[in-house]
Design a protein around this ligand. Structure first.
Ligand code: KG4
Ligand code: ZN
Length: 324
């Protein structure tokens, strides 16, 4: 019997629904972004986010079903992201998914959003590839709320994650969004900073925070304050200067993220490295990780960029593991 899982994602500012067949074939991946709404606040306001989830979720789910060309009565389970996330936003998704599961008489699968981010790497695999997921791998999870170096064990639809290192202050995405704001870029900062960095060069010396900390933790608030001081002293209107700063900032934080990931893989004797989360959609960190992994004889994998940022396909896709 085939499993048509409806995934629902409302952890932050994306209202998303997706239908995934048998945990890996994405039939639809609908996302209603609230970026335009939160832009004027410079970040996500939880109560505003939950109001929009409440208004939009029913039509987002309908669009996901229509795109997948499947009727609601064919859905065999509902997977919903239940943590971590903004409490009022999570409550909307959970209430909607619970109601749907009761009315359809199908299982409700609560999914951890972070596990789903990691699982985005394994969506759209063939049967043969699915059987070849490494039993041990390292994943660098870099999103707006989290920065974690995770040692993962996988076997027979069971993913276990052990956090080996994490940020002691800001998450990577959070620091990127704050620095983008200092450079006068609009929310969400990541994609705008990446664009600006492309016309700049790595010529401004910045710290490599916690490089010699002797552990796998990260810190990004110091470099953000350092940049705030530079911006206050220099001519902000100079486009080339801003581009150089964006480029140098990316090199510094991506450099340290990649360095510690590779070091963990080598220390643990683990060959496969994955990345996940919104920041992993950045071309530059993908490039650095690829280059360094090859240099050390390691294998680097990444999800397609669209599956790095928040989406419901990863929720539905990971749901199958829990169902099984
Ligand atoms: O995983 P995600 O979509 O949501 C959370 O679970 O937090 O990650 C959002 C974060 C934001 O901080 C955003 O600025 C960052 O990912 N991001 C990027 C890029 N696209 C999104 N950071 C750097 N470069 C990008 N291209
Ligand atoms: Zn996320």
């Amino acid at each position: 019997m085939h499993n048509y899982i409806l995934g629902i994602e409302t952890t932050c500012d994306e209202t998303a629904a997706s239908v995934v067949l048998d945990g890996r074939i994405i039939l639809s991946n609908t996302i209603a972004s609230q970026v335009e709404i939160h832009k004027k606040y410079g970040g996500v306001v939880p109560e505003v986010a939950s109001r929009y989830h409440f208004e939009r979720l029913p039509s987002v789910v309908n669009t996901a079903l229509e795109t997948a060309k499947i009727s609601m009565d064919k859905i065999t389970a509902i997977a919903v992201a239940t943590n971590p996330g903004l409490a009022p936003a999570l409550a909307v998704g959970h209430a909607y998914a619970s109601g749907l599961s009761l009315s359809l008489g199908v299982p409700l699968i609560p999914v951890n959003h972070l596990y789903a981010h990691v699982w985005a790497n394994f969506l759209s695999l063939t049967d043969a590839e699915l059987n070849n997921i490494p039993e041990k791998f390292i994943c660098l999870l870099i999103s707006g709320g989290h920065t974690q170096l995770i040692e993962c064990n996988y076997s027979n639809f069971r993913l276990e994650m052990q956090i080996v290192g994490e940020t002691v202050d800001d998450a990577a995405g959070e620091a990127i969004d704050k620095v983008a704001r200092l450079l006068g870029l609009e929310y969400p900062g990541g994609p705008n900073l990446e664009k600006l960095a492309k016309s700049g060069q790595n010529v401004i010396e910045l710290p490599y925070p916690m490089r010699n900390s002797g552990d796998y933790n990260f810190s990004f608030s110091g470099i953000k304050s350092h940049i705030a001081r530079i911006v206050n002293h220099e001519n902000q209107a100079d486009e080339q200067f801003r581009a150089n700063l964006a480029n140098s900032f990316q090199e510094s934080i991506f450099g340290i993220l990649v360095e510690k990931t590779i070091s963990l893989a080598i220390t643990k004797g683990i060959e496969d490295i994955y990345i996940a989360g919104g920041v992993a959609s950045n071309s530059r960190i993908r490039e650095i990780m690829d280059e360094k992994a090859k240099f050390h004889g390691l294998t680097y994998h990444s999800p397609i960029k669209e599956l790095c940022t928040d989406n419901a396909a990863m929720i539905a896709g990971f749901g199958i593991n829990l169902l099984r």
